[in-house]
Design a protein around this ligand. Sequence first.
Ligand code: NAP
Length: 407
Amino acid sequence: MAHGEKITRNADGTLHVPDFPIIPFIEGDGTGPDIWYATKLVLDSAVKSVYRGKRQISWIEIYAGEKGYKETGEWLPKQTLNAIEKHSIAIKGPLTTPVGKGIRSINVAIRQKLDLYACVRPVKYIDHVPSPVKNPEKINMVVFRENTEDLYAGIEWEAGSTAAMHVLEFLRVDMDVSLPEDSGIGIKPISENKTKRLVERAVLYAVENGLPSVCLMHKGNIMKFTEGAFRKWGYEVAKDKFGDKTLTEAELFEQYNGIRPEGKVVIKDRIADMLFQQVLLRPEEYHVIATPNLNGDYLSDALAAQVGGLGMAPGANIGDTCAVFEATHGTAPKYAGKDKVNPGSLILSGAMMLRHMGWMEAADLVETALKTTIKDRIVTYDLARQIKGAKEVKCSEFAEAVVKRMK
Ligand code: NAP
């Protein structure tokens, strides 16, 4: 039984975080236990160092993935979903995707079942991390990827199956669309409500953090009623909900000669393929990016690579009732139990979680101590092989080095 109190919600939907909150964790499969214990050490130490016992997290373990299957016979037990919902916040390591076990992906299932509709991925360069681009320090963006619909809704039929033939027949007879008989079919739903709640969250983030712009990334030139509609609904919600705090790029040039008025967020849009070029060539012009699921999946990993790879990229899946913070890489099974991999992604996701809770000082301390550790060239194998003169340490030793730099 955890000693602590539940995080609750105030009437306006904001979080009420007690000083001793209960937070569930899923340690994850493969290298999950290694990076989770490193992360827990760092988060607990930061909280202790900043709040000196006046605040402390009471962790409770919940199960999913291989450990979930061993403990409960289920890959994603109902109790786990209930616990996340009940406690408003959870943190998780990576989970193995069971092959051919009737569940597509545990991660996707968690997002869909808890309606965690915004996948939020901050991408910011950490000094001294090896990067494949010339000026990685210019990259400082947050990607808001819609998490529940688009081609990821999982509505698809195998070529030649009865269902696929049925859909082909419907298209031919009722819609006057003829497709090859050996086509596999996937459905791409993008709805007004789900687009608007995602873009609203992205614009709110920009407003609250005083950021200059939100860019709607889409492929609306080709897919007019899905991605094109995402663009249209995105502009609508920005105007309806934040009309006094935003202006469009067109208005910026027509009314303000291209000079952003103090405190206003510029809403702009870019076609996906063009934006991939822009984040390489002129990254400093992009701050928040809101986009449908598939574009967001590609873009967040590409951006993570620009600042040094997935081993250091934090992420969260956020809905209206709860949020799950997670490592963005997989289980890296070949290193399981070797105390070897980089815990940076989960540690930085933990810092995001502290920020979400309003424990900013502790979040700042985690990030600063981690940056200093890397600056001191104390790194795990993945960075050691790229940084000249680095001292390679184990996963747990990296966490200890971070904690040492909090003093
Ligand atoms: P992966 O686990 O991300 O590992 C691929 C490679 O990335 C590793 O071999 C390693 O490269 C590098 N890497 C990953 N995490 C690292 C870390 N913390 N520190 C340093 N290097 C790291 O991808 P995968 O092998 O394709 O997937 C394995 C399993 O994870 C699958 O079951 C997959 O479904 C699952 N998965 C889960 C999630 C999630 O839970 N969110 C996400 C993606 C995949 P080197 O060997 O070159 O060092």
